[in-house]
Design a binder for this molecule. Structure first.
Ligand code: SF4
Length: 324
């Protein structure tokens, strides 16, 4: 009998009978792709939602965050490589059904459940079941993703999620190929798909010195975001710190991030942030009309909110986002 060789959710692996995808999280059993990580979270924390980062979604909320092992990518700067590059059998964990995660989130008084740390596309089945259970319990759900996936699994996840953050790691196919072992085009497609769906979207660009910080890449990235995702989508330029296979590079200079923010705002984006630099003025949300500080932050922590019903308290200009 000829068995199928199904393609994975990220669309990168055609997996032979008995084999696994590059993410190690799925196995082909007689033509069917089965998950090896369903119900197997290997790390759980309660984080401020700003740490994901979401700056325009329920600011100041706590997010019950968890991950399994596995990722289809291999970013040379990955800060979570101990779990993203691991195999399911590297961790001994108890089976945890979706309902148990929701109970834990409620016990810890977190109004949000976050699928994060590794690449949640490797556990879409577990994600969707957990999100449905969380919704029934009155919780919101957010995804933190690299965006490297097929349209069908993303559609399924959009249905059950309230907000999605996608990394746009660099605006160059070569950068994706050489630094993340991936492709740019599927990520752009995912961002457009989420933007079109109307789900809350934020975009992050980790700026890595000498690898994706050229004026050409910055200019291409911000122009693409304005035209394809829209000027209201928050864009975060975050600071790289040496990790995994890029221990030889220095942290991103703060001036580089502030310059990127200024270029993006000149291109028409309304909400642009400097990330991983606590105390930088680029941590705050400013009213696009009167420039008043609407949300003041110190790193991941909200220190003041000057908004009323989703509008700037000073001038009444609507601020894009989900505020309640
Ligand atoms: S996509 Fe994210 S989790 Fe996966 S290797 Fe890259 S940085 Fe790590």
């Amino acid at each position: 009998m000829k068995l199928n060789a199904p393609r994975c959710q990220a669309g990168r692996c055609v997996i032979p009978e008995g084999g696994r995808g590059r993410c190690q999280a799925r196995i082909n059993v007689r033509g069917q792709l089965l998950s090896l990580v369903y119900g197997r979270p290997i790390t759980e924390h309660v984080d401020p939602i700003e740490k994901k980062p979401f700056f325009h979604f329920l600011p100041g909320s706590q997010a019950y965050s968890f991950a399994t092992s596995g990722c289809a990518l291999r970013c040379r700067f990955c800060q979570n490589w101990q779990i993203s590059q691991a195999r399911p059998e590297d961790y001994r964990v108890q089976f945890t059904p979706p309902g148990a995660l929701v109970t834990r989130a409620r016990e810890r008084k977190a109004p949000v459940v976050a699928f994060t740390y590794n690449e949640p596309t490797v556990f879409t089945e577990y994600l969707c079941d957990t999100a449905r259970a969380a919704r029934k319990a009155g919780l919101r759900c957010v995804l933190v993703s690299c965006g490297f996936m097929n349209e069908a699994p993303l559609s399924e996840m959009i249905e059950v999620l309230d907000a999605i953050k996608i990394d746009l790691k660099g605006f160059s196919p070569d950068f994706y190929k050489n630094v993340s072992s991936a492709r740019l085009e599927p990520v752009l497609r995912s961002i457009k798909q989420v933007a079109k769906s109307g789900r809350h979207l934020e975009i992050v660009n980790l700026v890595v010195p000498t690898l994706n910080d050229s004026e050409k890449m910055l200019d291409g990235l911000v122009k693409w975001v304005v035209s394809e995702a829209g000027p209201d989508v928050p864009l975060h330029f975050t600071r790289f710190h040496p990790d995994f296979q890029l221990l030889n590079l220095p942290p991103t200079p703060v001036e580089t991030l502030e310059h990127a923010r200024s270029v993006a705002m000149s291109a028409g984006l309304k909400y642009v942030y400097v990330g991983n630099v606590p105390g930088d003025p680029g941590n705050n949300t400013y009213c696009p009309s009167c420039k008043a500080v609407c949300i003041q932050r110190e790193g991941f922590f909200v220190t003041a909110v000057r908004m009323k019903a989703g509008k700037c308290a000073a001038c009444g200009c609507p601020i894009a986002g989900v505020w309640k």
